[in-house]
Write a protein that binds this ligand. Sequence first.
Ligand code: GAL
Length: 422
Amino acid sequence: MIFRTMLLASAMAVGVLGVSGSASAADNKEVQMLHWWTSGGEAAALNVLKQYLAKEGYAWKDVPVAGGGGEAAMTTLKAMVAGGNPPTASQILGYFALDYAEAGKLADVSALAEKEGWAKVIPTALQRFTTTDGKWDAIPINIHSVNWIWVNKALMEKIGGKEPKNFDEFVALLDKAKAAGAIPLALGGQPWQEATMFDSVVMSTGGPAFYKKAFIDLDESALKSETMKKSFDNLAKLRGYVDPNYAGRDWNLATAMVIKGDALLQVMGDWAKGEFKTANKEPGKDYLCYRFPGTDGTVIYNTDMFALFDVPADRKAAQLALADATMSPEVQSAFNVIKGSVPARTDVPDTAFDMCGKKGIADVKAANAKGTFVGSLAQNYAQPPAIGTGAYHDVVTKFFHGEIKNSDGAVTELVKAINAAK
Ligand code: GAL
């Protein structure tokens, strides 16, 4: 039912847009971008790119599809591409891009990539998603990571809390907040948010080698193991710290609870920092950014890429302008300072970034060197969408909301769902 409604909404969006493939002078200078950046911080970051392109004489046409994690946006994109009206570019995550590349729907901007030397400055882990058979068809604007917690500093001081270093200390901190009458954990009960949080819980419970075995290699014995059961048991513990109204809440409203001091902390990717920034809050003064307890030294990443579609000839110049702007060190710095993420280019200095941004940049560098830079399963950087957005989100959310009763049931269902999605 929900799926049908979404399809209908997508079809309507396509109808309203009425994008034509025909050439016209007006089309030439327009960049049409599909994305799910509708929160305050996200929109402010996107403005950097819009303004940069405006200065170069390009008009911007937004195709915003609200919904954190991008599930609804991907449904709209599918309808647009199927209808022969692809946008100039679309925000996209990991394996979703590979599907469009495989279907031959993407452009080839290798000439520009070569001229600008992108291959030398983009981490090789990301190039797996931005290139197909050596050809560049998507561009990365940032590197986000999901294993963070965002803490209200005043509340932390009030309860006498300190940075938790492992899962048990995390639970002890949440208990302290509860005892003080605060909401310990700000959460939006939507499948993608719960699954994104679970990525961190698994990393904290099992460590990077286990995470890779289970989520990257899909090793069945790891998926069914005692460690995975313990990960689900740990997730179950977190249920006791959310407020009664958490179901269905948008992620940025959960961030707002921490900003206002209604809740102690949120487990969320560093796009949450964009919300603190647009609310004029400063790290170290108003809020604290810590790696999810027990995951220091690892980065569970998701990168926002722009998939570049194979648009008609009259729209290609605008597409190249977008690619050039996105990959410019200037935009990569200014955009990510606001967005909360880290530049995808490794040669962008950290000078303009705040303390959390500087930590993010250093963490990515260190994790890359150590082999602990791993893709988020919840965000479709570990497996194709049928497994990430599909099987994984589904099982984690059913468990969190009590439809799957215990961790034995959870691992059985997880293996079943993954095998069916393969
Ligand atoms: C993620 C995306 C971020 C942020 C977040 C919430 O999937 O990578 O850029 O937008 O969703 O909307």
